[in-house]
Design a protein around this ligand. Structure first.
Ligand code: ATP
Ligand code: MG
Length: 142
């Protein structure tokens, strides 16, 4: 499916995160695309709060990988600072993905690891608002 959701406010992003959170299951992978400041981490924070994460959800730009526990284990990655696919492999992503929910900001270098039912979310700036484009082979109602 491919769906476009208009986001006029942070509240809209939060509502979108809530709808998605209710449909996620172990093994799901969310790839978050979008420019600096588009709202990838903001979206992740809201998603995690609907998944009952109580830890602080912050941008893993420097640490590359954060782990949280909510109603499922969650791994939050930001690959912005990596330079090669080898560096992605060194993170041991294959093992991680199976066990819970994986959320990847700046997923370009992990593209080969992403299977066809990855949930791709592109957050784009428009004139006065943002839009999220969701592409996935999974059955998701939004
Ligand atoms: N509709 C919206 N959705 C998401 N964030 C919004 C929205 N409107 C305003 N914002 C603000 O935009 C900022 C987005 O920052 P955020 O760190 O989430 O971006 P990012 O895409 O993760 O950037 P980076 O590429 O640096 O990781 C936040 O400060 C958030 O409050
Ligand atoms: Mg971020």
């Amino acid at each position: 499916m491919k769906k476009i959701i208009e986001l006029f406010s942070e509240k809209d992003t939060e509502k979108f995160a809530e709808k998605l959170a209710l449909q996620l299951e172990n093994g799901d992978v969310i790839a978050l695309y979008g420019e600096l400041g588009a709202g990838k981490t903001f979206f992740t924070q809201k998603l995690c709060s609907f998944l009952k994460v109580t830890e602080n959800v912050s941008s893993p730009s420097y640490v590359l990988m954060n782990e949280y526990s909510g109603i499922m284990p969650i791994i939050h990655l930001d690959l912005y600072r990596l330079n090669s696919e080898d560096e992605v492999l060194e993170l041991g992503l294959y093992d991680v993905i199976e066990s819970g929910l994986t959320i990847i900001e700046w997923p370009k270098l992990a593209e080969k690891l992403l299977t066809k039912d990855v949930i791709r979310i592109y957050i784009n700036y428009k004139n006065k608002h943002r839009e999220a484009i969701i592409k996935t082979e999974k059955e998701i109602l939004l």
